[in-house]
Design a protein around this ligand. Structure first.
Ligand code: PMP
Length: 425
């Protein structure tokens, strides 16, 4: 059986040009442009070994369990931090909006696609973050693209942390202006880079608030100090911080008490807020500029009414039930303590994202499969998201997990620890 080729399995890596020679390409090849696709056999090879971890189809779900292949499994691989996907208030708001506004907006926000609920959500999101205004996008990915792309022009500079999310990286690729990537968390390097740039040029620093592969929080006080020193604007991608960090779940800046040090905050509605969509909050002028220039906002249909209504209801619940955040942290502590007691390396996580370091890709896939068979849904994190020898299983916690579910997951890890020890012996 073919050994896994780590560079080939991951879908994002597979997108990178490989330029096979004609002899490499399979006889199925139709036209030269499809040569890479025709030669791409890693998914089939991995499926044949029972180790293909993607696209498992959920047949039914609760906030914390999913039915897959006829078996209920504990979900510790979602971003359902507050467990609101099945909350009665959220579902009722969605149903009401469906009846009042119909199933889809059928157009751009700029034209026919704005409903009053989009404006209500923008006002609520801006108020939550202590900003003057906000703009709602159809996905968080588009909100990132817009925030990174739309402000920079020729002669401006965009500075990214090496571990920033793909949506930020993609935005920087589309942007006009020069892009610089500083080593993860290396603010001295960032400082040096900024010092070398023309004083008067526009500068935008972009960092994740919570890093999604590590579960760590950006050192915002130090980052903000560097930004201030160089008169650079600061944009945080708070996808994994909204609902999780700070009072009212307002995110990373609130966690540090530094709301006024962050110029723009991008966050998604697809995680804590249990819907789809994203938003950028900032000054009135910045948001007005985005509203009229962001291509990822203008040239796409708006977020559907039911989702917007559900997100508004989820915001209400997030603020009215702070005990959910408390429960999320209790669950996180129970899981991290349990995993560490079993001897697993969970890295430097300080959030409900818990990376369990396993080793190379083969072992990570075997670990994922063993957990899946034991009734636990997780994800293997593989290159290029992480280095080849730093593959991990990512466990993400929810406020809705019960102690019994956490213990079921830990039991599966007990069996996994034994199997990994045996395979090392
Ligand atoms: N930023 C980060 C850090 C993310 O993790 C994600 C989603 N994985 C996004 C942006 C994009 O958000 P969405 O899935 O809501 O489009």
């Amino acid at each position: 059986m073919a050994h896994l080729r780590e560079a080939d399995l991951n879908p994002t890596r597979a997108l990178q040009p490989k330029h096979p020679t004609p002899s490499e390409s399979s006889p199925r090849q139709s036209k030269p442009i499809f040569a890479r696709a025709d030669a791409y056999t890693a998914p089939d090879e991995t499926r044949a070994r029972g180790l293909y971890p993607y696209f498992s189809a959920v047949e039914a779900s609760s906030a914390t369990e999913v039915l897959i292949d006829g078996q209920w499994r504990v979900m510790v691989g979602s971003n359902n931090y507050l467990g609101l996907t099945h909350h009665p208030q959220v579902l009722e708001a969605q149903r009401d909006a469906l009846v009042r506004y119909g199933s889809g907006s059928t157009g751009s926000r700029l034209l026919n696609g704005t409903i009053d609920l989009h404006h209500t959500l923008e006002a609520r999101f801006a108020a939550l973050l202590g900003k003057a205004d906000a703009l709602v996008f159809t996905t968080g990915y588009q909100a990132s693209l817009a925030a990174v792309t739309t402000f920079a022009g020729r002669g401006d500079h965009i500075l990214l942390d090496k571990l920033d999310h793909a949506s930020i990286v993609d935005g920087s690729r589309m942007a006009i202006g020069e892009v610089h990537r500083y080593p993860h968390g290396d603010f001295a390097a960032l400082d040096r880079r900024l010092a070398a740039l023309p004083r008067e040029s526009g500068k935008l620093i972009v960092s994740d608030g919570v890093f999604s592969m590590e579960g760590t929080i950006v050192d915002l006080p130090r980052l903000a100090a560097v930004a201030r020193k160089h008169d650079a604007a600061l944009l945080l991608d708070d996808a994994h911080a909204l609902g999780v960090l700070g009072s009212d779940g307002a995110g990373t800046a609130r966690h540090f008490g530094l709301d006024d040090q962050v110029d723009l905050v991008m966050a998604t509605f697809s995680k804590s807020l249990a819907g789809i969509g994203g938003a950028v909050a900032g000054s009135r002028a910045a948001i007005e500029w985005l509203r009229h220039h962001a291509r990822a906002f203008i040239f796409t249909a708006s977020a559907p009414p039911a989702s917007v209504a559900g997100v508004l209801a989820a915001l209400d619940v997030m603020i009215a039930e702070p005990e959910r955040r408390e429960r999320l942290w209790q669950n996180t502590r129970r899981m991290v303590d349990g995993l560490r007691a079993l001897g697993f390396d969970t890295g430097a996580t300080v959030t409900p994202i818990i990376p369990v370091h396993i080793g190379d890709m083969e072992r990570a896939l075997l670990a994922w499969r063993a957990l899946f068979d034991a009734g636990v849904f997780t994800h293997p994190i593989l290159p290029p998201a992480v280095p080849a020898n730093a593959c991990r299983i990512r466990v993400s916690m929810s406020a809705e997990h019960t102690d019994a579910q956490v213990d079921r997951v830990l039991e599966a890890f007990v069996a996994l620890a034994r199997a990994l020890d045996a395979s090392r012996a």
